[in-house]
Design a protein around this ligand. Structure first.
Ligand code: IPE
Ligand code: IPE
Ligand code: MG
Length: 245
């Protein structure tokens, strides 16, 4: 695989844990547990292929609406996964960031998130973003709120608010925008994931449930990406002319 056609930032909606479990007559939480293995495989692939950023949607701002037992199980799973994986990620030179509104998580989990981030903060390899209690609308709202404060304090004129400035206040401010979006389990929607940041991402959908997603599935998604012509509003002929200049 040539590096020029590899995505720099892959963003994944890890969907289908519940359906995977249901097919096996298992409780939904068994599907979430099985999903952790797919996370490991995906991270490994990204490290091996020198992908710069991997963002995984683990828990949306809307997922609190699920039955309390499932939400509680998911929280326990996050705590366990952080406990087990943080040092392993560190050893692989991975920088871990948790994006989302963390205030709603219990203190123990918030502390663990901060510890794992601090441990890996200076790592220079893959940037692994875990979206937890994340919503794209929340991200944009927070950015607007910060800009409004600057306006209120006289540091910013309303006419100076631009798309670039809003983008610079999103959680992904210092990163390349996702160029490949993947959603598993057949659903074709964004579900309030990185709604601003995905404006020019290539969208890839697969019927595989998240626990079945592995390196061979990811290879297919990356091959799909390599075959897209990314025009960003131009026409094909302009891009070809540029490539030959
Ligand atoms: C994704 O799998 C994991 C989370 C949202 C936490 P789901 O739990 O949404 O699985 P399905 O969609 O019910 O199969
Ligand atoms: C989106 O999946 C959130 C995560 C994968 C964490 P959902 O399964 O919650 O999305 P909807 O509700 O089907 O749109
Ligand atoms: Mg789902």
């Amino acid at each position: 695989m040539s590096t020029s056609t590899l995505p720099r930032h892959i963003a994944i909606v890890m969907d289908g844990n519940g359906r995977w479990a249901k097919h096996r007559h298992l409780p939904r939480i068994a599907g979430h547990k099985a999903g952790v293995k797919a996370v490991r495989e995906t991270v490994k692939f990204c490290v091996e292929h020198h992908i710069e950023v991997l963002t995984l949607f683990a828990f949306s701002s809307e997922n609190w609406r699920r039955p309390a037992v499932e939400v509680n199980h998911l929280m326990e799973l996050f705590i366990m996964a952080l406990e087990r994986e943080a040092t392993k990620l560190h050893k692989q030179n991975i920088q871990l960031r948790i994006i989302g509104d963390r205030a709603r998580f219990d203190e123990k989990l918030q502390k663990q998130m901060a510890n794992a981030e601090n441990l890996t903060a200076n790592n220079t390899g893959l940037k692994l973003l875990i979206a937890a209690n994340y919503g794209g609308q929340w991200d944009i709202t927070e950015a607007c709120r910060r800009l409004a404060i600057d306006v209120q304090q006289g540091k910013l004129a309303p006419e100076d608010i631009s798309a670039e400035l809003i983008e610079a206040n999103l959680v992904t401010a210092d990163l390349p925008l996702p160029d490949l979006f993947i959603r598993t389990s057949g659903e074709q929607r964004i579900s309030n994931f990185l709604i601003w940041q995905l404006s020019y991402a290539e969208l890839y959908f697969t019927d595989a449930h998240w626990p079945d997603f592995d390196a061979s599935e990811l290879k297919k998604a990356v091959a799909f990406f390599a075959n897209r012509e990314r025009r960003f509003g131009h026409i094909s002929e302009q891009l070809r002319a540029e490539n030959h200049a």
